[in-house]
Design a protein around this ligand. Structure first.
Ligand code: SF4
Ligand code: ZN
Length: 763
């Protein structure tokens, strides 16, 4: 252990705790101890304080308890003549620093000094609902501020990617890179590996955030590159995110500090990258991160700390930028990123996709605005479709990519043309049932290319190519190269050969489109026929166990996984791809109760899969042994006893519900892998299933639902209403625009003659 680091971290911690104390006292004097304190859209109060001390901070007065706790963790700065190991003292000081930093940011939220103002800056994606009509987005005025704290909605929507390994971890980048060029390269290298980048801090007033904005790098949730703030203490939001991962997905509770830290060390692959000079405060904050098992890599000369077990490998690694081997700074930046990954032991797998633009999931959310567009396929003025079909092995030439018809070179800038993407796949393990599963991947695969935007599927696909991408040399064949590479990389176990045809020739396009439509109809029919009674196996999904160790989803044809990403066919395909993977067939065996949805097979599995936490699972009830949830549910269904029904809140809805809680708060009740009768996390398409809480009366029990669901699922809900024999059923259901309290709800339901009021008592 380095005495130098201990001295500086302890000094930094003492300074910051004193500052936090002063701020708390003066804020209490000015505004009173009862002034509310909160980060936006979170059920976890101030997450580090909650996790480490168990204090649920809601008012300024409670911040005194948090700083008092921080004060108790402080140690005197080591005297010159004395030598002790210091590690414990340094770690304690780090934790004190985190508590103080969170306190300061919380006060700044009251003052409106968080999120930090950055005039003219536009957050990519932001927290607002992004309309698929991307031209509308372009007209919105810039937000003009940095991100500040990450909200629970975003944490949960990243959850599934963190869990299934698509997103291997996060990098907390603090400071300022050697040059703008290096800053961009570091972020690109991380994005390429789908590692989330959290940005904060500065060196002499200049931050990597300034560098990236100057270079036109899109920052925000959508690009996995989140600018917290230009000072060091905003890095606290990264540790708040880490703490909440443990609370959300790990089922841990506030106050279980040690467990939360171990959870992060074992499951959250994060590290700190300190760019530029490291001052006392940065040493102190770094010591805080080390508590979580997150190592610190600095691009300057600082003392190193070798392994002691707190992190997996080294704790602090110094890699002076100018001494890194490399022909130029870009190569040095790449090596620096590689070093970080190695020190943290981050597991990264990337498919090598041979296209002339950057490629990786970080580009999936990228938007191509009309003004930046070279050409579009589909949308309002042209048609694009995609069709994946299974073929005989000897009918497919692997890697063959053919363009039939003219390229877009003759199309005017910002113009449009028709396009058909036909993918022929063959493989010994391939099944007709996997066609739609694979076809749906086209959206993700194509979107991974920087400068390409893909929306929709089937014959309503809409693809935009940016001028930047076409200037870099991207042509129609590029789609084929992406699809060939990704289908092999991700589905190699069922796909042996992939051939792609890009069709623009009108007669051939029409012919193939007709063939595709016949196939779409056939698949729709197949899905309708695919009911729970038509099969004798369901599938388990334990993908989320890397985060929520005791949760398992049981996926049936009529009940998809609660994240919305895995239906029965997906699970079946996944089992074929990886027979020892997270999706295992569950043989149903004897039916125990066909109404509530118990089988010998599912009960047996629930016990094993949950490691004994759950005894039985009722597939069709929220009231008795409901399925557990991890944290990635799309919606929460919750009993409203007064209304004899349930409400359904969607992840997108941040407003107050009649249960007196917002989605974020409810999510705390629903998650963590435990059964809570009356509360259940579900995938939104389960709402449209005939098996939706069918043991409790089915969809007619829904008395309130987020308007987002009414709007985004209007077609599906119309079918549900017709099936229920009441075409006006959806209009009898309240939403947050109409009703936000249970007192308002009852008269509203009576006025609209909601069927739940006359149904048998649910309790
Ligand atoms: Fe997680 Fe369930 Fe989705 Fe599987 S189906 S990824 S366990 S939420
Ligand atoms: Zn999950």
């Amino acid at each position: 252990m380095s005495r130098y680091i201990a001295t500086r971290a302890i000094r930094g911690a003492n300074g910051l705790v004193a500052e936090a104390e002063a701020m708390v006292s003066s804020a209490i004097l000015d505004q009173g101890p009862d002034t509310p304190v909160a980060f936006p859209n979170t059920a976890y109060y101030l997450p580090v304080a909650l996790g480490m001390t168990g204090i649920e901070v809601e008012t300024l007065g409670q911040l005194s308890d948090v700083v008092a706790h921080a004060r108790r963790l402080l140690h005197p700065v080591p005297a010159d003549h004395q030598w002790t190991p210091y590690l414990g003292e340094t770690l304690d000081s780090g934790m004190a620093t985190l508590l103080a930093a969170e306190t300061i940011e919380a006060i700044r939220y009251i003052d409106g000094r968080q999120p930090e103002v950055m005039p003219g800056f536009d957050l990519a994606g932001g927290s607002a609902f992004t309309s698929p009509d991307t031209d509308a987005v372009a007209e919105e005025s810039p937000n003009g501020h940095l991100n500040g704290a990450i909200d629970d909605i975003q944490l949960r929507s990243w959850g599934i990617q963190l869990v299934d390994g698509r997103m291997p971890g996060f990098a907390a980048i603090v400071g300022c890179a050697k040059s703008n060029e290096v800053a961009v390269q570091i972020v690109r290298e991380l994005q390429r590996r789908n590692i989330l980048c959290f940005l904060s801090g500065n060196v002499n007033g200049r931050s990597i955030i300034h560098q990236l904005i100057e270079e036109g790098v899109e920052l925000g949730y959508d690009t996995y590159t989140v600018p917290f703030g230009t000072d060091t203490i905003s890095a606290i939001y990264a540790l708040g995110f880490a703490t909440r991962s443990a609370l959300t997905f790990g089922g841990l509770k506030g106050g279980q500090g040690r467990e939360i830290l171990l959870y992060n060390k074992d499951r959250v692959f994060a590290f700190v990258l300190a760019l530029g000079e490291v001052d006392d405060l940065k040493y102190a904050a770094a010591a805080g991160a080390i508590n979580f098992g997150f190592p610190v890599i600095a691009d300057t000369v600082i003392p190193q700390i070798l392994p002691t077990g707190v992190t997996t490998y080294e704790h602090v690694v110094s890699m002076p930028f100018n001494e890194i081997d490399g022909v130029d700074d870009l190569e040095r930046a790449e090596r620096l990123v590689q070093k970080c990954i190695e020190v943290r032991g981050v597991k990264v797998h990337i498919a090598d996709v041979p296209v002339p633009v950057p490629y990786g999931s970080a580009f999936e959310g990228e938007v191509v605005r009309k003004a930046d567009m070279r050409v579009e396929f589909g949308g309002k003025q042209s048609r694009a479709f995609e069709y994946l079909r299974m073929a005989e092995l000897d009918k497919v030439t692997d890697g063959k990519i053919e363009v039939v018809g003219p390229d877009f070179s003759e199309i005017e800038p910002e113009g449009h043309m028709d396009l058909g993407i036909v993918v022929d796949v063959a493989g010994r393990q391939m099944e007709k049932d996997f066609e739609p599963v694979l076809e749906r991947q086209i959206h993700y695969f194509v979107n991974g290319a920087s400068g390409i935007q893909h929306i929709g599927q089937r014959d309503i696909a809409w693809i935009r190519l940016s001028t930047k991408a076409t200037d870099a040399g991207f042509r129609l064949e590029g789609f084929g190269k992406i699809l060939h590479a990704r289908f092999h990389a991700d589905f190699g176990a069922i796909v042996d050969k992939v051939q792609v045809t890009l069709v623009t020739d009108p007669p051939m396009l029409t012919e193939l489109l007709n063939e595709a439509r016949v196939a779409y109809d056939f698949r729709n029919k197949r899905l309708e026929d695919l009911t729970d009674t038509a099969v004798d196996v369901f599938y388990s999904c334990t993908l989320c166990q890397s985060f929520a160790p005791n949760h398992v989803c049981i996926v049936s044809p009529e009940r998809l996984g609660l994240c919305g990403a895995y239906n029965w066919l997906d699970c079946k395909a996944s089992f074929n791809i990886n027979p020892t993977g997270p999706n295992q067939p569950i043989k149903l065996g004897r039916s125990v109760d066909s109404i509530k949805g118990y089988w010998e097979g599912t009960n047996e599995y629930a016990k094993i899969g949950s490691h004994g936490v759950v005894d039985e699972v009722a597939m069709y009830s929220i009231m008795e042994n409901p399925m557990t949830a991890c944290g990635c549910f799309e919606c929460i269904v919750m009993l409203i006893p007064e209304a004899n029904g349930v409400m359904v809140v969607s992840r997108e809805d941040t407003s107050m519900t009649p249960a007196g809680m917002t989605f974020s708060t409810l999510a705390g009740l629903a998650g963590g892998g435990i059964q809570t009768p009356g509360v259940m996390g579900v995938g939104k398409f389960y709402l449209a299933s005939p098996k939706f809480i069918s043991a409790d009366g089915g969809f007619k029990r829904v008395v309130w639902m987020s308007s987002f669901l009414k709007d985004s699922m209007s077609d599906e809900l119309k079918v549900v209403a017709d099936l229920a024999g009441d075409p006006a059923l959806i209009d009898r259901i309240a939403d947050e625009r109409l009703v936000t309290t249970v007192e308002e709800l009852l008269p509203w339901l009576e006025e609209h003659e909601h069927p739940a009021l006359t149904m048998e008592a649910i309790l």
